[in-house]
Design a protein around this ligand. Structure first.
Ligand code: ATP
Length: 137
């Protein structure tokens, strides 16, 4: 089965949406294989968002993602990468479809509650970064 990295971002933790969001993934039949509450530093943000380092919005994104605890998890299941991105909805919460996590509970491009790896290759890279002990899986 495929694995993907999910972040339940600091806005979701602050709003008390962790359980509600986890329930969506679990009910989809995705299996939690790792899960940790942590507050990350700028170095991990830079590594995770390597492709966005030069973007104008990145300094704000880094401040946000390091601002408080987030929940990092690895989910496993058939086509887990695509399944999670479908559940998450479009990046911009203002445009995300109702029924998705962002569509139902976000109204922002940055405070958009969740992250999911965008490809199996990204998933492997991100899982190695966040959960080195799982890296070979
Ligand atoms: P994620 O990677 O978090 O699942 P995504 O793949 O849908 O989201 P990306 O384009 O990779 O979106 O952007 C990564 C993150 O950067 C977004 O989740 C959002 O938090 C932030 N972001 C993207 N575009 C903007 C923007 N224009 N302004 C502010 N923040 C942005």
């Amino acid at each position: 089965a495929q694995r993907t990295l999910v972040l339940i971002k600091p806005d979701a933790v602050a709003r008390g949406l962790v359980g509600t969001i986890l329930e969506r993934y679990e009910r989809k039949s995705l299996r939690i294989v790792a899960l940790e509450l942590r507050t990350i530093d700028a170095a991990l943000s830079d590594a995770h968002y390597a492709e966005h380092l030069e973007r104008a919005f990145y300094p704000d994104l880094r401040d946000f993602i390091t601002s408080g605890p987030l929940v990092a998890l690895v989910l496993e299941g058939d086509q887990a990468v695509e399944a999670v991105r479908g559940l998450n909805g479009a990046t911009d919460g203002r445009k995300a479809a109702p029924g998705t996590i962002r569509g139902d509970w976000a109204l922002s491009n940055q405070l958009n509650l969740v992250h999911g790896s965008d490809s199996p290759e990204s998933a492997a890279r991100e899982i190695a970064l966040w959960f080195p002990s799982l890296a070979s899986g």
